[in-house]
Design a protein around this ligand. Structure first.
Ligand SMILES: C[S@@+](CC[C@H](N)C(=O)[O-])C[C@H]1O[C@@H](n2cnc3c(N)ncnc32)[C@H](O)[C@@H]1O
Length: 243
């Protein structure tokens, strides 16, 4: 098994098989992947509207394409890359002009090809998140926008994203084993990696709106709003422009 799907010494997860297996749930508002749809909506706030016809957005590890409708609404021609073929099939049905089966750490695109690059909830599933950041910066054109969101390598994140999220049986909770906390991403290192490749990232904390969570759990709300929070110690997003 290749190293690009989470096989590091001591880490036995095969995330790509997991996401192939979950592919039927990408667009289920009460399924295991529902929170990714909430986060995709929040991510859209950090992506500027397209400045010209045919502006290109690359969505790295696009999964089932939850960000596709947001990219299209902002005026982009969206390209999705992922290793899960079954997820890419879903993405093609949700606004992506093109999808490519590719490893996030070795993208089949030339330098400076895209106006915007997004990588949502991807870095915490790969063995070398900083190699993915380097690739994201490489394919981004100068003046373009990079938006990445992931989970911090903190005890708080381990408790919230693994202990709580994977064990409290409310709709939208991910299956056990979805996350391996050892892959959670160090914030300072992420900022340094992007800076090394020409992008100064500004970090923002995100969290679900608690009142929405309660209403969603009770079946009275279809989706939970993800709002900004001061702390970047659990879910966080980095956005920046390439020099
Ligand atoms: C948590 S999902 C996020 C999907 C999407 N970005 C979203 O926010 O809805 C993680 C995705 O990363 C993909 N993935 C994991 N490792 C990858 C790699 N090395 N290269 C490309 N995609 C990868 C999985 O197949 C899965 O679709």
């Amino acid at each position: 098994m290749s190293a690009h799907n989470g096989h590091l010494p001591g880490i036995r997860k095969d995330f790509i098989s997991d996401y192939d297996g979950l592919a039927g749930q990408w667009w289920d508002p009460r399924g295991a992947l529902a929170p990714l749809g909430w986060i995709a909506r929040a991510r859209a706030d950090y992506v500027p509207a397209a400045r010209h016809d045919g502006a290109l957005l690359l969505d790295i590890a696009c999964g089932g394409g939850l960000f596709g409708p947001h990219a299209v609404a902002k005026g982009y021609r969206a390209v999705g890359a992922d290793l899960s073929e079954l997820s890419l099939r879903e993405a093609r049905r949700h606004g992506y002009a093109e999808t490519v089966r590719a490893d996030a750490a070795g993208l089949p695109f030339g330098d400076a090809s895209f106006d915007v690059v997004t990588a949502g909830q991807c870095l915490e599933h790969v063995p070398d998140p900083f190699a993915v950041v380097a690739e994201a910066c490489r394919v981004l054109r100068p003046g373009g926008t990079l938006v990445v969101d992931t989970i911090a390598d903190t005890r708080a994140a381990r408790f919230v994203s693994v202990t709580l999220a994977e064990n409290v049986p409310i709709p939208g909770h991910p299956p056990r084993g979805t996350h391996d906390h050892r892959l959670f991403v160090n914030r300072e290192r992420l900022v340094r990696a992007a800076r090394l490749h020409g992008v100064e990232l500004r970090l923002h904390g995100l969290r679900p709106r608690l009142r929405d969570m309660a209403r969603y759990a009770a079946g009275r709300l279809e989706a939970v709003r993800i709002v900004r929070t001061k702390s970047t110690s659990v879910l966080y997003l980095g956005a920046g422009t390439k020099k």
